[in-house]
Structures are given as structure tokens and as C-alpha cells.
Write a protein that binds this ligand. Structure first.
Ligand code: PEP
Length: 250
């Protein structure tokens, strides 16, 4: 990992309220420092805070992302849902799609594909999540599962310039358990090779997510293929998130 164009994405999941916005100001201040001018910091709060985040980060280097959307681009009779158009209209630039917490409650590759296509039409940049479960890992199915999630999730998509590929082993999310560096390095190489070939792209942006903290970020940054982190738990505390950023960008 070099220091250039590295991503730090905060996934707040179903946490946070208006008071939490105050703590983000510290991160905005950090982003203004020259040292971090090539660092991409993106906050993905719950829908309820998107507008406030958008206003708070306007004219700053920090960007905002949503955590999911409905597969329909505009509007419709879908109670409780939010469309990519609604999200984009708030000035939001990114969107997480395919997170395992949504896959585990029924979201499949086909729905994910529809959501991605609708979001791309709205010019949102996609943080595309994929990863194997512990059961799949134990059965040695990891590569098969990842390739299927990528191929089906990105069906009919030719250009990946606006897609970030977030490899998130399900067994690592929120557990404190992380892959061995040597295993992760091999996995990232396999993914890079597969994605590069499939989409004829020299440098797909690959991220890692799963129990990232300030200690393991230093180790993960040794892996050249990793261009940043999707951070869940640790991103809800600004000091911890800042620590991860500072320890990675040196
Ligand atoms: C996530 O929610 O994408 C995630 C990686 O969570 P955590 O960092 O808490 O494992």
C-alpha cells in the first residue's frame, strides 16, 4: 500500500444520532492537513443522518455514502425503502451495496446487481462488498463463492472505474478475528487477478473490511493490493478512526 489515494470508509451501520455528528468534526479537521490530501475519507451513516452529514461535509474533503438502497432507481410503492435517486439528491457520492449483514437477511446477487445498476445511473460510486462465511471457508469454497458474488453482482457491468471492491470475510466482521497476513495477501492477489482480467482493468481498487483497528491496519498496509479499509465498529469512535488513518498514512 502506498500513501496515495487510500480509502478509509466508515460504516456506522444502525448506530449514531445527531449528537454523533460533533465527533466527526475532528476527522474533517484531520482531512484538511496536507499529509492527507490524497486520502479518501468517506462516512456512511444511517439514512436518517445522510442529509446532516452532507451539509456538515460540504466543501470539505470528507465524502458521504449510504449503506444500501432499493433496487428501483427513482420512486415507487415500497414502504420503508430509499432509492438511489433520493440518496444522490442529498449530495451523497457513495453507496455500500452487498454488505453481508444485508445478504444474511435475504439480499441475493441478482438484487445486488439491480441496486448497483440503478446506483451507477445516479452517478453514485459503489462500495461493493463480498465475502465468504466461515462455513464456506472451512469447506474450501472461498474462491468459488467470491468469484460468483463478483460475477453475478456485477453482471452486465463493463466499466469498474466507479466501483470499489471491498473484500469482507463474513467471519471477520464484528468478531475481532482477522485473516493471517500471508493468507490475506494470497487472497487479495487472487481477487486482483480475477477482477483485472474480467473487467480488463489494470488497477481495480481493492479494500479490506473485517475488524480493522489501529493495530492490525499497520500490518494490512504491507499488502500492496489493499487500497484502503472499510471500518465498522472502530469507525464509530472518531479517535479510533483517526488512529487507523494516522497509522496507515505515514
Ligand atoms: C463492516 O461493517 O463492514 C465491518 C467491517 O465491520 P467491523 O469493522 O466492525 O468488523
Amino acid at each position: 500500500m502506498t500513501n496515495n489515494n487510500i480509502y478509509f470508509i466508515a460504516n456506522w451501520k444502525m448506530y449514531g444520532n445527531l449528537n454523533s455528528l460533533n465527533s466527526v468534526k475532528k476527522v474533517i479537521e484531520l482531512s484538511k492537513k496536507k499529509k492527507f490530501k490524497n486520502t479518501n475519507i468517506i462516512y456512511c451513516p444511517p439514512y436518517t443522518l445522510l442529509n446532516d452529514f452532507s451539509k456538515l461535509t460540504k466543501k470539505t474533503r470528507v465524502k458521504v455514502g449510504a449503506q444500501n438502497c432499493h433496487e428501483f432507481e427513482f420512486s415507487g410503492p415500497f414502504t420503508g425503502s430509499v432509492s438511489p435517486h433520493m440518496i444522490a439528491s442529498l449530495g451523497v457520492k457513495y453507496i455500500i451495496i452487498g454488505h453481508s449483514e444485508n445478504r444474511s437477511i435475504g439480499e441475493n446477487n441478482s438484487t445486488i446487481n439491480k441496486k448497483i445498476i440503478s446506483s451507477i445511473k445516479q452517478k453514485l460510486k459503489i462500495i461493493f462488498c463480498f465475502g465468504e462465511t466461515l462455513k464456506q471457508k472451512k469447506r474450501n469454497e472461498t474462491n468459488h463463492v467470491l468469484k460468483k458474488q463478483i460475477s453475478e453482482g456485477l453482471k452486465n457491468i463493463k466499466k469498474i472505474d466507479n466501483i470499489l471492491f471491498a473484500y469482507e470475510p463474513v467471519w471477520s466482521i464484528g468478531t475481532g478475528v482477522v485473516p493471517k497476513i500471508s493468507d490475506l495477501q494470497i487472497q487479495m492477489r487472487i481477487l486482483k487477478k480475477f477482477i483485472s482480467k474480467k473487467f480488463k482493468s489494470k488497477n481495480p481498487v481493492l479494500l479490506y473490511g473485517g475488524s480493522v483497528n489501529q493495530k492490525n491496519a499497520i500490518l494490512f498496509k504491507q499488502i500492496n493490493e489493499i487500497k484502503g479499509f472499510l471500518v465498522g465498529g472502530a469507525s464509530q469512535n472518531s479517535n479510533k478512526f483517526i488512529d487507523i488513518i494516522k497509522k496507515t498514512i505515514i
